[in-house]
Design a protein around this ligand. Structure first.
Ligand SMILES: [Zn+2]
Length: 158
């Protein structure tokens, strides 16, 4: 910290107790339901990091650790950092909030991001071959040097 997204709209909550991820995403915008309130992650911290496995600012996190941390339900993963990983379709991010996430230099081919919120996400230099982004929101996301070959962008705002 601070990573790219932290400079953009997040910070580490100073009052987070040891063992909890204090990453707080500050929402500067409103949506159709009104102002979006800030949210603090509060997941268990991971290894020696002060943050959880999603928010620790490091490359090549073990895929198994990420898969284990992912519930089967839609989750708030805003500001998640996944860099350098070959994730493939091992984890479904369908219906998750991933605004401001940094999914860079990675491979998410054939993964499911349907109906995910990826506003302001950084998705540079990542493989999304046959990835499902149907009804995902990629508005204001950066997509430099990505492979979107055969990706499903049906009803996907860019
Ligand atoms: Zn966290």
């Amino acid at each position: 910290m601070p990573s790219q997204w932290a400079r953009r709209w997040g910070y580490v909550a100073k009052d987070a107790p040891t063992g909890r991820c204090g990453v707080t995403i500050k929402f500067l915008h409103t949506d159709e339901t009104g102002p979006v309130s800030d949210v603090t992650c509060w997941r268990d911290s991971w290894k020696d990091f002060d943050q959880c496995v999603w928010h620790a600012d490091t490359d090549n996190k073990p895929r198994d650790d990420l898969a284990e941390a992912r519930t089967e339900y839609p989750e708030r993963l805003d500001g998640a950092i996944i860099q350098g990983n070959n994730m493939g379709s091992s984890i479904s991010f369908a219906n998750c909030r991933m605004n401001g996430a940094e999914l860079t230099d990675a491979n998410f081919s054939m993964a499911d991001f349907s109906n995910a919120m990826l506003r302001y996400a950084t998705l540079d230099e990542t493989q999304f071959f046959q990835t499902n982004f149907s009804r995902a929101n990629l508005s204001q996301a950066t997509l430099e040097k990505v492979n979107l070959q055969n990706a499903d962008l049906t009803h996907t705002p860019l």
